[in-house]
Design a protein. Structure first.
Length: 317
């Protein structure tokens, strides 16, 4: 996997350095704006998952909210020809930013729950929560992470243990870094274990931040990590980019992060606010014979799909 290891810390690269190395900036635009129907007028669907199957049907979970609000819910959409239709008989989840995986054969759906911040009246607190079930129709809440932590993701390893990637902030993680811990069962997915995760040093400069979006078990047992990196510019505008790297759960080694897509790779469109124009949030990736379909929320308003070179192929050799 390269010379990086637990004992050889990666030197962090800035977003600007990664952009100079980015190989996709000259791509022809092959992105598609996904069409979602069945939501209330004036509400947007963004920060979508990649398609997944449940009971033999294909779904996308998406964050649905009004343009002038942060009050959102996760709605499940089923594919019907060239559009994704909201399944109103499936209970929505009062969460933001959905993600999906499978552990022990169970469907795991998660997202970010917001609630009133007791320490800062008038502000919102947040945490990652997890639901499980046989299908999207019988999901039950079973765990949640620490307050003020988004981007907790799970992947079951070949030995059946579970890799948990987290995003500590504050004293440990600054504006937000990626950390990991291994647990034996979902019963160990609780705040105490999550807070023991070890930070992957060298992935972010202190003034920049990021998190994990989706974990892919590769053919050699290593983990392909779909992630994001972000920064503010001098005017306070946010800039988010889709990234990827490889993690070896057996040794704790990991490769440097690389940018795999930027906002300019996608079709033009509106943004929720002016400071969110240059934002993509990678929700999921489908690997296909050396290529990959990347599903992203774009400018906090729309859901797009783009075909890119599979960022994990080189890590499987």
């Amino acid at each position: 996997m390269g010379k990086e290891s637990q004992n050889c810390v990666i030197q962090p690269k800035s977003v600007d350095q990664m952009l100079l190395e980015f190989q996709g900036k000259k791509w022809c635009d092959n992105s598609s704006l996904l069409r979602f129907t069945g939501v209330a007028d004036g509400k947007d669907v963004y920060n979508i998952t990649a398609p997944f199957e449940s009971e033999g049907r294909k779904y996308i979970a998406g964050r649905v909210e009004a343009r002038d609000s942060e009050s959102s819910e996760i709605i499940f959409f089923q594919q019907e020809k060239d559009q994704w239709v909201a399944r109103k008989e499936i209970s929505p989840l009062q969460l933001q930013d959905p993600f999906v995986t499978r552990i022990d054969g169970k469907l795991i759906i998660g997202g970010v729950e917001t609630f009133q911040d007791e320490e800062n009246p008038g502000s919102l607190n947040y945490r990652t929560v997890f639901y499980q079930g046989k299908s999207v129709r019988d999901l039950e809440r079973f765990a949640h992470g620490p307050d003020r932590m988004k981007d907790i993701r799970l992947c079951q390893l070949p030995d059946q243990r579970i890799l948990v990637m987290t995003r500590p902030q504050g004293v440990v993680g600054g504006r937000g870094k990626i950390a990991f811990i291994l647990i034996d069962t979902l019963a160990q997915l609780h705040i105490e274990s999550i807070e023991k995760a070890s930070v992957l040093e060298g992935q972010f400069l202190d003034e920049e931040w990021g998190g994990c979006n989706e974990l892919h078990l590769l053919k050699n047992g290593k983990i392909g990590v779909l992630a994001h990196i972000a920064k503010y510019d001098e005017a306070g505008n946010r800039h988010y980019y889709a990234t990827a790297f490889c993690f070896d759960a057996a040794s704790g080694a990991y490769t440097p992060m690389k940018i795999i897509a930027v906002r300019d790779n996608f079709q033009e469109g509106p943004s929720k606010r002016e400071d969110l124009k240059d934002v993509i949030f990678s929700g999921g990736l489908i690997r296909r014979d050396g290529m990959a379909e990347l599903y992203c929320g774009v400018s906090d308003v729309q859901g797009h799909r783009i075909t890119i070179c599979d960022p994990f192929v080189s890590f499987e050799h």
